[in-house]
Structure formats: C-alpha cells, structure tokens
Design a protein around this ligand. Sequence first.
Ligand code: HPA
Length: 263
Amino acid sequence: MTIRIAIIGGTGVYDPNILTNIRDEKVSTPYGEVGLKVGDYQGRSVAFLNRHGAGHSVPPHLVNYRANIAALKELGVKSIFATAAVGSLNLNMGPGHFVFADQFLDFTKVRQHTFFEGGEQGVVHTDMTDPYCPELRQVLSNAAAELGVTYHQYGTYVTSEGPRFETPAEIKMYKLLGGDLVGMTSVPEVVLAREKEMCYANISMVTNYGAGISPTKLTHQEVLEVMAANAENLRKLAMKAISLLDPERGCLCQDALEKLNKE
Ligand code: HPA
C-alpha cells in the first residue's frame, strides 16, 4: 500500500504507538540513508520518522533534514504532520497548549536548507506565502476541537539555531518581531517539504515560556516532562487528524513548483 501520510516525531514523541503492524524501513536518498517505521492506522499506511534519531541522539542543528524529507517523498508521502516542543513568547499560548503554526521566522545559521543548488535544476525560488499547509492546519483544528484540547490555529514559529536555549534579549527581540513560539527545528523542515511539493503541518506543543518570561531557568528535562504529561493528548490528536484526512487529497502545496514555473 502506498504511504501517503507521515508523522515526524520531535522531542518527546519517539514511538509510533498509534500504529499497528509496525515494521522498520530504510530509505536511500542522495543525502544519506534514513531509518523510519511504517505501520497501519485505520487501513492507512503511515510512516513515522523520529527526527532526533535513536535515543534523541541528534541535536536540532545536525538533523539531516534533506535526507528525512527526501525519504518521505521517496515513499510517496503527500501529507506530513510534524510535532515540535516549543517555548512560548505569547502569554495566550501557555504550557500544554497546541499551536498549529501558520508562519515562521528563520534564525537558523548552519543548516542545509534547500534542495535547489543551481546547476541543471536552475535557480528556484519557492513561494512561502503559506509555508504550512492551510488545509492540514484546518484538519488539525477540527481534530483538536473534537477532542476538546486547547489549541491555536495561527502562530509564528521562530526557529532558533540552538542547541542552546535563547537569551532573554533574544526572546524580547523575537517577540517584537511578531514571534509567538520559539523552537529549533521547523526551518528548514517545512521549506524542504514545500520544495518537494508535500503538504506539511506543524503541531507545536508549548512546554514553557521563553527565557526571561519564564520565572525559572530552562532545562531540557522540563521540556521532556511537559511533553510526557501531554503525550496522550498528542497521540489522540494525531490519530483523529489522520482519521479526518483524505490520504489521496490534492492541494496547492502539491503543485508548488509547477505553479512557480508557469509564472
Ligand atoms: N526555546 C527553544 N526551543 C524550545 C524551547 C525554548 O524555550 N522549549 C522547547 N523547545
């Protein structure tokens, strides 16, 4: 069965326990080999990719984002739900809330952030007006509303390079620039998905307020604890969203380059 839906599990989401008949797959890409799991949910084949590798061993700035996205494309995936633990800059978005980001600000520094390196492919500038698939965000919002969990359908995700947390001065700057959330992984993942014409949605789980807003110093342990406390909600949300999604659906995200080339 073709695999149309993928979950990228971020911090605190390491195992595809919503799936049955789980098997390991290895996918070769020009950027390296990717290990992932494939299983079934309600008669659908779903891929599960652990962003930070076995035992959370790969830090955000060293994730092989190109290989991961190329591997999902290779499998035939059309829609990606990507989870992320985030800090919040917005007092309305508190710990335990879900946010389905609609915009990003990119403060990354050392990542491979495109599949388009010139040469035979030419120079490609991909539209980013709606970087996160609006239809998948709607599906997530419907799922969250049905489950009765607190969610926000809009939010600007600031991607910091990490792996350190931010300074309070940086958090103040991100807030002034319009950021709502800060995390370390959404860029370039979302950009690469669009370059491969896949729909991509971010499921941010707020684990803390940003440095300087939070009354305490930040620790990875705190992030893990909040993720663990909300794991069941996240699992239910992913299941509900998958069940509401038509795996064969078409979408403007899936014509991103065709449209670009015609203009
Ligand atoms: N900053 C960056 N990444 C994060 C945070 C944060 O405060 N919390 C969880 N991931």
